[in-house]
Design a protein around this ligand. Structure first.
Ligand code: BGC
Length: 250
């Protein structure tokens, strides 16, 4: 029997950084998740230090996958909406390799969360266009065609009113404006209608904090497209990050 492959998956968020060893063949966590607060300010140096400490705690040597809340083009951050602006144009893969000595594979956080859903979750075996939306501090998006990722879609940054959609429909916008699940759900429904018109998807998968409350707003969703809550809510980030590292190595 072949030895089962385990990779370290790291999920960098605006408030917390999580890591766990992942069995990528089974799509399960091989250890508990370890979470630390994102340093403030969340500069490249400060975050790299935290990740380096986490790796030591797991006594791990090997490829590390990272989900990061920005546009990631060939390992380089090209935006920084909910993280320190110093990340822009930082080659994250290079920086983390220099600091830790481990090889790093970095992608957008929602893209990797989507990978977890496509490989093992609600979108497993789903053909056509699947759009995974993570509803948290911002809105992250992962788009897949027949199971293949089309990276960096950034649908949370589609222009809306005087700003961008994530400022109206993220979980933090819901909290900030003290919206009931009903009123927030109606706003979110408009956003889904917009995406439906643009992309004619076959499925929407909703992840992130707000998706745990799916039952409280599903009755206001009127889109024709099938909408399902994510299978992996808290674990999608670390699981998907490890799957991403594996995909880069195969
Ligand atoms: C960022 C995305 C990220 C999302 C969720 C947005 O503000 O632009 O890159 O995926 O937040 O973290």
């Amino acid at each position: 029997m072949s030895k089962e492959q385990v990779f370290l998956g790291v999920d960098v968020g605006g408030t917390g950084i999580k890591a766990a060893l992942i069995n990528t063949k089974k799509g399960i966590l091989a250890t508990d998740k370890y979470r630390v607060l994102t340093p403030n300010p969340s500069t490249p140096e400060a975050v790299a230090k935290v990740i380096s400490r986490m790796i030591k705690r797991f006594e791990y040597r090997g490829p590390v996958g990272v989900g990061f809340p920005a546009i990631i083009h060939h390992g380089v951050a090209k935006s920084a909406a909910n993280i320190d602006k110093k990340w822009i144009n930082t080659n994250i893969e290079k920086l983390l390799k220099e600091v830790t000595g481990n090889p790093f594979y970095v992608a957008n956080d929602a893209d990797v969360a989507g990978l977890a859903e496509v490989r093992f979750g609600k979108a497993k075996g789903e053909m056509g266009i699947v759009i995974v939306l993570t509803i948290g501090t911002g809105i992250g998006s992962g788009m897949f065609l027949d199971g293949t990722l089309i990276p960096n879609t950034e649908f949370g940054h589609l222009f809306y009113k005087e700003s961008v959609y994530e400022h109206y429909v993220s979980n933090s916008a819901r909290k900030k404006n003290d919206l009931s699940w009903d009123s927030w759900g109606k706003r979110f429904n408009k956003y889904l209608i917009h995406l439906e018109k643009l992309f004619s998807p076959d499925m929407f998968v909703l992840g992130g904090g707000a998706s745990k409350k799916f039952d409280q707003f599903k009755h206001v969703l009127t889109v024709d497209t099938k909408v399902v809550p994510a299978a992996y809510q808290n674990d999608a980030g670390v699981l998907g990050a490890a799957l991403y590292a594996e995909s880069r190595l195969s």
